[in-house]
Ligand binder design. Sequence first.
Ligand code: SF4
Length: 483
Amino acid sequence: MTLYLDDHPKEECGVMGIFAPNEDVARMAFFGLFALQHRGQEAAGIAVADGQTMSMHKGVGLVSHVFTPNAMMDLKGHYAIGHTRYSTTGSSSLRNAQPFMIETINGPLALAHNGNLINSAELRNELMQQGVGFSSSSDTEVMTMMLARNGGATWEERIKTAMKKWVGAYSLVILTRDCVYAARDPWGFRPLCIGLLPGGGHAVASETGALQTLGCEAIRDVKPGEVVSLSNNALKVMQALPEVKPSAMCVFEYIYFARPDQTWDGINVHHVRQRLGEELAREIINGHANGQTDSNGFAEVVIPVPDSSVPAAIGFSHVSGIPYNDGFIKNRYVGRTFIEPTDSLRKRGVALKFNVINENVRDRRVVVIDDSIVRGNTTGPLIKLLRNAGAKEVHMAITCPPIAHPCFMGVDMGTQDSLIAHQRTVDEIRQMVNADSLTYLSLEGMMRAVGRTDGYCQACFTGQYPIPVDLTSVKTGFERVTK
Ligand code: SF4
């Protein structure tokens, strides 16, 4: 029996890079990775260089499990890159853990990546034909090998040459013996930001929160198509490829992935989530939503599915006037254990992760705010928990449109057929999860909450991919190369 405790899309990873003269960069990377732990909990790694040599430690588990004091002792230097990884069932976590480190004719090289190359299978085959062997099934290894083989007088040139061949999503950190490079694909799919360290030097990370942890100032996004070199107190910036217009930043970063303190494209994630809740309430009140509900006052209490839906529930309450309260208490750690539950515990399903505060929902009509429904395997059980606790009615309100298409840009949403909204109407989904009503936020409402009309990828909602993808040959999005 499969145990479903979570029904969110999975972000592939978080990356960070640091150049800090006279600092213990491994420790800085360690604390930076802590702030990126939510982007990947299955493996973590740090590679460090001191101008001459490079060392690395990586392993399976949370950042705090992988990096013991002993493991940190050998990581000496003032250049570092780090990675937290999410990997799906079936792929060997340690084999695919990052960074990837190799010795090249131009010295040691390590690379860590967030994203997915659409053409990685093709590039991998090309390299194999040329006699290159691989020790993993990750597209990051393909990128590493390409960089190692590229001609060019400098690493910047080699990176630029490789970027011309890479199609897809990549926010990369690259370590050589005396430099850290940060590169972002020309579509700008995944975030990457850079900041000035208080003691001199720079740091780059998937999210601004990790840079704030290190005390960074003057934080800005690495631009789409840009390569930034961190080896000096002054940043060296190269526009390696022209920025694709409009860009295709992943809108899902706002809905679920990023931490609420993240600012991306100049927009704070927490604020967007609050506005998503406000927009949803307006659409319900105005009767413009896609679902079943069409009037105000249909519920007596609004509760979030913690944690990512809390700001949206606050926004929803603010606009609708329906009082906000906590309904679920989430155990944040149970989903991250490697110990399998017993059969009797397994039957409890989401009850292993969520408890209901019975007193807050009993005899009430409840509206539940959730950020997304992917496969739909936890929504029904959550509704059942509320009904068992005595809720009179349970109305589901989702802060994005139905997810009906898989992602090929670095997010694991499963196959098309596994998505509950693929080829089903909203009412069919409502019946499947046994909600009294089900409302999704419209695409327009979602973009109003973001505050932009274009520049964002919305392919998992619309099926219109910013880069052509072969739906027939690709089965599982980013994991296609690894199976
Ligand atoms: S398809 Fe969805 S999850 Fe993937 S990059 Fe686009 S918006 Fe993000």
